[in-house]
Design a protein around this ligand. Sequence first.
Ligand code: HEC
Length: 290
Amino acid sequence: MKPWEILGLIAGLVLMVAACGGIYGGDTPSAVPTSTTPPTATASPTPASEGQRLFTAYGCSACHGPEGQGSAIAPGLAGHTAGQVKRQARAPLGLMPVFPPSKISNAELSQIAEYVESLAGDHVHMRTTDPGESLAQHHWMTLFALEDDSPDEAVHHIDHIIEQVTGEHLSQMNQAREETEGGQLHEAIHIIENMLAGVQVDDLTPSEMHARLARSSVLIDDIDGVLHHLDHLMEALRGDPAVASQVAEIRDLLESGDISDAAHELEELTGRAHEEEHKEEQDDGGGHDH
Ligand code: HEC
């Protein structure tokens, strides 16, 4: 199937999901439900877990299959960790719609993630037709697995990367695999982060990557993760004053527990990180020291 055909299919499914939402949603005239209360379960003959019920109610099953087994348009979900599910829902990679906290609460998402974690079966992947994109995705999945303390899952994705790369990239990946197997997850994370900046198809810079990781961390309430990536962001931008003041503001918001404003600021920061670093590249003739 060609990418645009997949897109068409997904667009159709999204509409379908939205239309179903309208039925659950009740009295609003719009097709998209505005209420944040979970849709009621469709009658099911056997009592399913709450996570499974939500998986169906929120439309995950429309693309990933009723048991999360996969379909022509979306990968099977067995073998994914809870952290990966949460990240993917809040800050999706590839052709999946985003599910913000206004749509699925953190508590509900945890139940869905628990359900996905309980799925038995082989770990399968979407075969993307773009090798650059699939490579970038395996780096992201490796990173999330490492952050989740799931070394086996990380090695699985590293092996997929190893199949596709050569030269310096290959030796870095072998190194990352060794560190992971030796329990040095933090070292492995740094290798993957550095390589990720080089493989992302849309010209991802290190600062932008850390801004994105900070943003997805805030969305899953991982405040330590946000602070960690903000530190790296400052390093990557070598203390740019405009960014420094925004980072300080975000830290204040996080400290006072104002998570949604912090998330909003982080979103802006992601755009700014992109601009600043590209500007800097032009100023000093292209190279940056990472
Ligand atoms: C409109 C279709 C659609 C819906 C609805 C959807 N997904 Fe996805 N999902 C996808 C596609 C397509 C991918 C593969 C993205 C890629 O690799 O390009 C994906 C990827 C994933 C992945 C990562 C799998 C991997 O190996 O890369 C997880 C985890 C996931 N989805 C969970 C969910 C959950 C949980 C829900 C419901 C809250 C959901 N999805 C709703 C289409 C969908």
